[in-house]
Design a protein around this ligand. Structure first.
Ligand code: MGD
Ligand code: MGD
Ligand code: MO
Length: 777
């Protein structure tokens, strides 16, 4: 079989089609640790939930656009491409003429697929910009809180998130690694855009071989590979800030903090120290205080602080820790603690953020951007912090705080999503359903009948990467991969580019959108412009034709040894941080001046509402950790073999401690109902002693499958609160939620992941059959 090169967010591979339409996948030969997730691709092209033809919700066809509580509850009617695009173009015109471009929400957050040209959001944003602009979204669900607080503390989030100390530097120099949230190996196979060589599992193995002292601070034992031999600190979730403060308190009271470093490189330490000592509130943040909050022994906290002061210590905090209420605090407190240790900028010392959150954190590939498509300029200034989508739809004209400003939600009439699944990724999905009933029209471009597609008025079937040509490379990738077409498009599916080109043609902006190029001509054009930019820097890469024929190209260079803020340390006057003081701001006057009670001027312990120590835990006594799934990327390919193999009793697996299970009469393999006052879901019980009692773990991404307010499949976002991290960042807080669990003794209904929704197949004026030619391309 002729296998062709391709790549994905979980890595490069080659693929071919078996006679039965299944995909044969082989990992890239140079990948030392291919992702198990590749196994999800096998049956993906012809899965029963592929969308075969453009479809419109019956109520929209019959009653026209407008807010409609029936959205998400009605059948779809298949229409031809011409009818779908004609009707949609007319609706775009109406919205623009009656309400203006800002009434279009095109934030369209989501991971879509790898590939630089056919990147769904990029294509959509380019189209919407050509149409006169749209309300956009800012930041990410991944690190939307850190992205706002880090600039105040160290001047830039990109520096920390993209140029953090590299793994070889850590592996060779660190004596003690203190990992808040661990370094979960399950996550490191993922890098946006995909990488060809997964280096991180090898670095984790070397940590173990070198015998680096590792402190795993996490409710889950699985958050670092066992071969690392960590000491496990099974902290109570959401209390890491208290632990960090107590470690800092121990350093001060024992005189172990580095005064010279604090004087030279930091500002606002004194105020923070007064807080640590309890000067204002009479509460010293000592180990005994933290022990009551974290449920870790005080002696262990003191001992850890002493070990940290005595060794070359690296503190890392996973992104999950900022995806909770007051998520700014653990990140800021970790930086303050690292500053007190005085090792920031020294090899193997200091702090980092997102080791084990993403494959590119600490990776060693060259740091240059591959060829990419320009999105143009958005003339509309309106935006929302990304996780405020439901608030925006439910409260047009409402005001909210954001990073020192007061903003107003626009009145959105049309929502267009391509390459994301908000009914997987957003919190409080029952509330989101109400929010999605408000706009006049909802458009979703998708290969699959996801929950979001089922909530749309217009469902436009998109191809998947194996059905088109592209190229791809992730951040710090070692290769640029030519993505050859492996299969014909499924049924009537079209590339996102072709869908939008067809719409652009009807709106008179086709030339601006396509610039008269075919996709292949775009690939050659983008590649050759990139090649020329490289040549200007003295780097020579082959021509497009040679690259395409070879199927890949090895990117020159590597970035093996890096230490975050080494330049700043070596000369803080010539290389100041871009903060107001030019230094690390342990207290930020600017943040303090905003006057937010949920994000004061220095790191502080603020009690969240969803944690085991508060009043809500009396009603819902288990803290659910909704982390990233080991068996897939988010909700993608949930129907795939690897994802399905992880299901228990046909539902997503929920892990709980045998003691918590026994108290509820739950046995391994039981279907359970997980609930709180926002909603409920079913899940399959897995008993495990590798998590602390009182904590349960249900990863994200099981396709939301609602029967009234119950998700019968196990999506935790039916339970999570739609609350921001704080008024500063408005970041996502989906990682934690309080729940109760009971055995589900009724016969659970089968999940719909295996089947499409109700669709009426016949339709007048359906002229096209199969994957016809695209008007205007
Ligand atoms: N409770 C809780 N919720 C969370 C999180 C959490 O920790 N806890 N984590 C959050 C995080 S960090 C993230 S990043 C989000 C992820 O949320 P999303 O990025 O929305 O999740 P995905 O499942 O990757 O959705 C991508 C969608 O794009 C579709 N797609 C793939 N290729 C193409 C294409 O070529 N064209 C088109 N049109 N569509 C395509 C896929 O089928 C899929 O439905 O979830 C967030 N949600
Ligand atoms: N296989 C796979 N990998 C992925 C993804 C995926 O969907 N699948 N998604 C990718 C994306 S988009 C992102 S943004 C990253 C996200 O990266 P992260 O947000 O860092 O990943 P999570 O798995 O959600 O959380 C990491 C660990 O934090 C721990 N944790 C949770 N709460 C607490 C707490 O209060 N205290 C402490 N100390 N630990 C806690 C959990 O045990 C959890 O396993 O992952 C990426 N990697
Ligand atoms: Mo993410």
């Amino acid at each position: 079989m002729n296998l062709r090169p391709s790549t994905s967010h979980w890595g490069a591979f080659s693929a071919g089609l078996e006679a039965d339409g299944r995909v044969r996948v082989e990992p890239h030969p140079e990948d030392p640790a291919p992702a198990p997730l590749l196994g999800n691709l096998t049956g993906s092209l012809r899965h029963p939930t592929r969308i075969a033809a453009p479809a419109i919700r019956r109520g929209w066809l019959e009653r026209g656009p407008g807010p409609d509580p029936a959205r998400g509850h009605e059948e779809f009617v298949e229409v031809g491409w011409d009818e779908a695009l004609d009707r949609l173009a007319a609706e775009f015109r109406r919205i623009r003429d009656e309400h203006g471009n800002h009434a279009i929400f095109g934030g369209s957050y989501g991971w879509a697929s790898a590939g630089r040209f056919h990147h769904a959001q990029g294509q959509l944003h380019r189209f919407l910009n050509a149409f006169g602009g749209f309300t956009s979204s800012r930041n990410t669900y991944s690190y939307g809180t850190s992205a706002v607080v880090l600039p105040h503390v160290v001047g830039s989030s990109a520096e920390v998130l993209r140029n953090g100390s590299s793994w070889p530097t850590i592996v060779e120099n660190t004596d003690l690694l203190v990992a808040f949230g661990g370094v979960p190996e399950k996550n490191v196979f993922i890098t946006p855009g995909g990488v060809t060589r997964h280096h991180t599992p090898g670095f984790l193995a070397r940590l173990g071989e070198r015998g680096v002292d590792v402190a795993l601070v996490s409710p889950l034992r699985a958050d670092i590979p066992a071969a690392v031999h960590p000491r496990w600190y099974p902290i109570r979730p959401a209390t890491d800030t208290a632990l960090l403060l107590a470690l800092a308190h121990t350093l001060v009271t024992e005189g172990l903090h580095d005064r010279a470093f604090l004087d030279r490189y930091c500002t606002g330490y004194e105020e923070f120290e007064r807080y640590l000592l309890g000067a204002g509130d009479g509460v010293p943040k000592d180990a005994a205080w933290a022990s009551a909050i974290t449920e870790l022994p005080a002696a262990d906290i003191v001992a850890l602080a002493r070990r940290m002061a005595a060794a070359r210590t690296f503190i890392t905090v996973t992104w999950s820790l900022q995806r909770i209420e007051h998520g700014e605090q653990p990140v800021w407190a970790a930086i303050a603690l690292a500053a007190m240790l005085g090792q920031i900028g020294l090899p193997g010392g200091g702090f980092g953020h997102g080791y084990g959150s993403m494959g590119d954190t600490g990776d060693i590939g060259p740091d240059f951007r591959g060829p990419h498509l320009s999105q143009g300029i958005n003339p509309v200034q309106e935006f929302i912090p990304v996780a405020r989508i439901a608030d925006m739809l439910l409260d047009p004209g409402g005001s909210y705080d954001y990073d020192g400003t007061v903003r107003t939600y626009p009145d959105i009439r049309l929502v267009h999503w391509a390459g994301g699944n908000p009914f997987h990724h957003h919190q409080d999905l029952n509330r989101l359903r109400t929010a999605f009933s408000r706009p006049d029209t909802v458009v979703v471009q998708e290969p699959y009948w996801t929950a979001s597609a089922r909530q749309a008025d217009f469902v436009l079937p998109a191809t998947v990467p194996l059905e088109r040509e592209d190229f791809g490379s992730g951040r710090r990738d070692t290769h640029l991969v030519a993505m050859h077409q492996v299969a014909e498009p499924f049924a009537q599916a079209r590339d996102d580019h072709a869908i939008l080109a067809g719409l652009a043609a009807r709106l008179g902006i086709e030339e601006r959108f396509t610039e008269g190029r075919s996709p292949r001509a775009w690939l050659a054009h983008l590649y050759e412009s990139w090649r020329k930019r490289l040549l200007d820097k003295g780097i020579s890469v082959p021509s497009f034709v040679d690259f395409w024929t070879a199927g890949e190209l090895r990117l020159p260079g590597a970035d093996e040894y890096r230490t975050l803020f080494a330049d700043f340390r070596s000369d803080p006057v010539r290389n100041p941080l871009p903060t107001p003081s030019g230094r690390i701001e342990i207290t930020s006057r600017r943040v303090r001046s905003f006057g937010y009670p949920d994000c004061p001027g220095h790191p502080a312990w603020l009690e969240p509402s969803e944690w085991l120590g508060g009043p809500r835990a009396e009603r819902f006594p288990l803290l659910l950790i909704a982390n990233q799934p080991e068996t897939r990327l988010h909700s993608q390919l949930d129907g795939g073999a690897v994802s399905q193999a992880g299901k228990v009793a046909g539902r997503e697996a929920i892990r709980l401690h045998p003691e918590d299970a026994r108290a509820r009469g739950i046995a391994d393999g039981d279907v359970v109902r997980v609930f709180n006052d926002r909603g409920a879901c079913l899940a399959g019980a897995v008993l495990s002693t590798r998590l602390r009692t009182g904590v349960v773990q249900l990863p994200t991404g099981a396709w939301f499958d609602p029967v009234d307010s119950l998700c019968i499949h196990g999506n935790p976002n039916v339970l999570t609160a739609d609350l921001p991290a704080s008024r500063l960042s408005q970041g996502c807080t989906g990682q934690h939620v309080l729940v109760e669990i009971e055995r589900y003794d009724r016969t659970p209904p089968p999940v719909t992941i295996g089947a499409p929704p109700r669709i009426e197949k016949v339709r007048r004026r359906c002229r096209e059959h199969g994957a016809g030619s695209v008007p205007g391309t």
